[in-house]
Design a binder for this molecule. Structure first.
Ligand code: PEP
Length: 256
């Protein structure tokens, strides 16, 4: 059984003050449920506050949205893996489609970050996904396979077990268009097949694959009830503590 993992990607939203209000409301709504793992992924500046507020929780953890692969150096504006560890960060989102499209991140760069994450005992949430044009050209499998194999080059099975994959079709991110549960399940099953080819059956069965792309309280249950969907990476709907709590509840419920 794979424990579901639901993450809140706040992107460039939430000052420390707003984050504090969010976390207190969210914890009041949801508590610290054993059945599921929750990751709050604030912008860098709000990480210390969120970490401080989550020191008592076992199942609600802190993530970061990005990092550099080097340990230190002349990289103005960047943050290192060790800097995140010092703030009790456990997960790091890598290769988000916004980083790929707006900041020129390639699979090769993401692969360096993935290895730097393992070295710093951070767990990557690796984002992959096709654009609408790629889907229309029938290239979904080619794109997912290339991104997975490139971003996870030279990753060992034991490291793969520390990794979460987020399948996020680019056309569904922030657009209100969600992949149907069947489309998402098909892509997730394909991702697991590639993981099987890259490692082995037992490892591939244990790796958690999140779906991301306009997940909301009203579509979360159906998506999360698919056999290969092990959680969600939530953008817009994670900015409201009540709607994020409802999405988490959908993942906790017995029929999902
Ligand atoms: C995301 O940013 O990873 C995301 C899935 O955003 P949204 O839920 O707003 O589509």
């Amino acid at each position: 059984m794979r424990k579901k993992i639901i993450a809140a990607n706040w992107k460039m939203h939430m000052t420390q003050t707003e984050a504090e209000t969010f976390v207190s409301t969210f914890l009041r709504e949801i508590g610290d449920p054993d059945e599921i793992e929750i990751v709050i992924v604030p912008p860098f500046t709000s990480i210390p506050k969120v970490s401080e507020l989550l020191t008592q929780t076992q199942n609600v953890k802190v993530g970061a949205q990005n990092m550099h692969w080097e340990r230190s150096g002349a990289f103005t504006g960047e943050v290192s893996p060790a800097m995140l560890r010092e703030l009790f960060v456990r997960y790091v989102v890598l290769g988000h489609s916004e980083r790929r499209a707006l900041f020129g991140e390639t699979d090769e760069m993401i692969n360096r970050k993935v290895h730097a994450a393992y070295e710093a005992v951070l767990r990557p949430i690796l984002c992959i996904g096709e654009t609408l044009a790629q889907r229309e050209r029938g290239e979904v499998e080619k794109v997912l396979s290339t991104q997975l194999r490139g971003s996870l080059a030279k990753v060992e099975s034991k490291e793969l077990l520390e990794t979460v994959i987020a399948y996020e079709p680019v056309w569904a991110i922030g657009t209100g268009k969600t992949a149907t549960a069947a489309q998402a399940q098909e892509a997730h099953a394909f991702v697991r097949q590639i993981l099987r080819e890259m490692s082995d059956e037992a490892t591939a069965e244990k790796v958690r694959i999140q779906y991301g792309g306009s997940v909301k309280p009203d579509n979360a249950r159906e998506l999360l009830s698919q056999p290969d969907i092990d959680g969600a990476l939530v953008g817009g709907a994670s900015l409201d503590p009540r709607s994020f709590a409802q999405i988490v509840q959908a993942g906790v419920s017995k029929d999902s």
